[in-house]
Design a protein around this ligand. Sequence first.
Ligand code: TLP
Length: 342
Amino acid sequence: MPPRIDLRSDTVTQPTPAMREAMARARVGDDVFGEDPTVHELEALAASIFGKEAGLFVTSGTQGNLVSLLAHCNRGEEVIMGHDSHTYNYEQMGAATLGGIAPRIVPNQPDGTLRLEDIEAAIMPDDPHFAVTRLISLENTHNRCRGAYLTPAYTRAVADLAHRHGLKLHIDGARIFNAAVAQNVDVQELTGDADSVTFCLSKGLSAPVGSVVVGSRDFIARARRMRKVLGGGMRQAGVIAAAGIIALTEMVDRLAEDHANARRLADGLARLPGIEPEPVYTNIVYFRVRHPRYTAATLQEALLARGVGVLALGPDRIRAVTHYGIETSHIEETLDIFEMLL
Ligand code: TLP
């Protein structure tokens, strides 16, 4: 049984009633034959929202990032990414395992950025001693860096740097709509200069399954081949793509509520003894546990026993994520439970 107030992740969101209805009604076909009209509609909608030529419906954010890296890089080539990035830490480094693509790691700053000079220094010169650097990968919002968002100006600067060196830029935009809503900008301002973007339908946008990769027509054709070799060719996938269409058309603006609830939670936690919340940018709240009676693990356990799910990530660090299933009243209840425990 999941916790009653589930702050472990925004991946736990349940499909909305409108999604379930759209799923039941969806027109479907064999998408490997290119015959699923609802998948086509989702891919075209995603491409138009991002101002790209084409889209590809994939099973997950992990698969989206993997097919993107495989489509951009050949075996023996390198991708520059942050040491705290999701792709480096939580995706089994699939591009290395399956594609012979090596990560070249540069330090993430606390705001999720990579310093331009660090990126530049990580680009290998054209010399037979070195692997060829092919790609830079950014993450927006940044999961391990407190849900911080990258700005349009920063992303543009990295894209310029990449293109000046003949590299491509990929963005792991699992939560790119959180980044757009938090800055009140169109998502294209955050991704227009990137060569590819993965974004997730199944996190804050509440669809049950799926992510989409967007990019040029040629790039998406290569990514589609990669998806197939990974076993990700889906058949009557319109049933789940239908929920993704609702996610994109109805669920973006309400992310602001999740951001407000995250702030409410952090403000309340800051008033409690032995809890030190980190800065909050979007829907992710990290806090340190500096309490004589608790470690992160034992506090997680005590909260769970009272129906509140959080994730202990490290000996004294906990993550709580707000989403469609969390109302303001849940935040208040959560804070009452914290107060009782501490
Ligand atoms: N993140 C999940 C877990 O894997 C940790 C979470 O609960 O936050 N990029 C980013 C930035 C992500 O946060 C995630 C998932 C992914 C990619 C992978 O997406 P999925 O889970 O759909 O493969």
